[in-house]
Design a protein around this ligand. Sequence first.
Ligand code: AOF
Ligand code: ZN
Length: 361
Amino acid sequence: SRSSNKIIVCEKMEDDGFYMRKCVELAKKAIGRTAPNPMVGCVIVKGDEIVGQGFHPKAGQPHAEVFALRDAGILAENATAYVSLEPCNHYGRTPPCTEALIRAKVKRVVVGMVDPNPIVASKGVEKLRASGIDVTVGIEELLCQKLIEAYTHRMLTGKPFVTLRYSMSFNGRILNHLGRGAEESGGYYSKLLEEYDGIVSSSNFYTRTSNLPVSHETGANQPLQIVITNGDSLQIPDSISKSSARIVVLAEKQIIVEPESEGVEVVVIEQMNLRKILDYCGQQGLCSVIIDIRGDDGYLGDLLEDGLNENLVQKVVMELCPVLDRNQESSILTFGKKSLSLRDLQLRVSNDSVIVEGYIS
Ligand code: AOF
Ligand code: ZN
C-alpha cells in the first residue's frame, strides 16, 4: 500500500540501492583501465525505468554521467541520476559533470560516496543542491568505497594500493615459482592481474622465466611490469622482450639491460626502498600494484620487510600449495619486524591451491 508516507520512503530507499548496485556493475566494465581515475558508473531513471546508462572508460575520456546523459537524451529531464561517485565540479581533462546534470534538468541525484579528491570533496554535491536539485548521498556506500579503494588510497597517500602475493608450501616456504593456482589460465591470478595497474617483481624472476604473469581475461588491460634490481646488468629473455609487455626496470645504479628493446625503460633510484618505488609508481599514475614475491627474492624481500614495517602494504593474497617443498634456497620470509594481523579474510580453492586473502589492519 502506498497510503502511508513511511512505506513510500522505505520502498524508495530499496530502489536507490538497486540502481546504485547497477552503477557499480557498470563501473566494473572498465576494470583495470581507468587509472589514475576511479571506476564510476551512472544510470538515469525515470519512473521505474532505466532510460540511460554509462561508465567512465578511461582517463581522458568523458565521465560516467556524460555517457549516461547522452544515452538518456531528452528523457533525462525530471529524471533521477544515480552515480557511484560524487559528480565532479571542476575542469580536469574533462568539464564538470555537475554542469552537465544541471543542463540536462535532472530532478534528483543519488550519490554512492563523496569524492576523496580534495578538489571535489563535497563541492559537487553543494553545487547541485545550490541549483535546486534534490541530492541523496551515501547509498550502498561500502560497496562504492570498495570499488575504488585503490583510487582513494592513491588520492590520500600519493602511493598505489599495494597487494602482496606469494605462493607458499604446506611446510611454510615461499615458492620460487608460481603455484599451480596462479599459473592456471583464467585462474585467480589472471583475474587479480586484470584489476591492477602494475606488478612489482625481482630481476631474479625475470632472468629465469619465459612467461610473465599476465591476465588471460579476454581483452584485459595488462599491468605495467616493474622489475626491481640491485645488479649491474639484466638479461631479459627474448620471449619477454619481444612480447607487448611494458617493462620498467628500477635499478640502484645505471645498468645494462639486454636485449635493448623499446618496450623496456630503465629508471635509476638511488638507495632504493619500497617507499621510493611506490612514490615512483604513484607519480606514474598507478593506483594499484601487486608485489609478487618469490622465496629467493633476497633483495626485494628485504625491501618488502622494511615496507611492511612502514605500513606500505594494504592487502595480502596467499596461495597455499599442496606441496612439501625441500628447496633449500627458498626462504621463510619473516615479513617485517612487527606483527600484523589480517581482517576481512576470504578463502577459496583454485586449481588445487587454497587462496587466502585479507587486508592488513
Ligand atoms: C565523475 N565521474 O566518471 C569520474 C570522476 O581529469 P578528469 O576530468 O577526468 O577528472 C578526474 C577526476 O574526476 C578524478 O580525480 C575524480 O576526482 C573525478 N572522477 N568524476 O564525476 C566520473 N571518473
Ligand atoms: Zn565528472
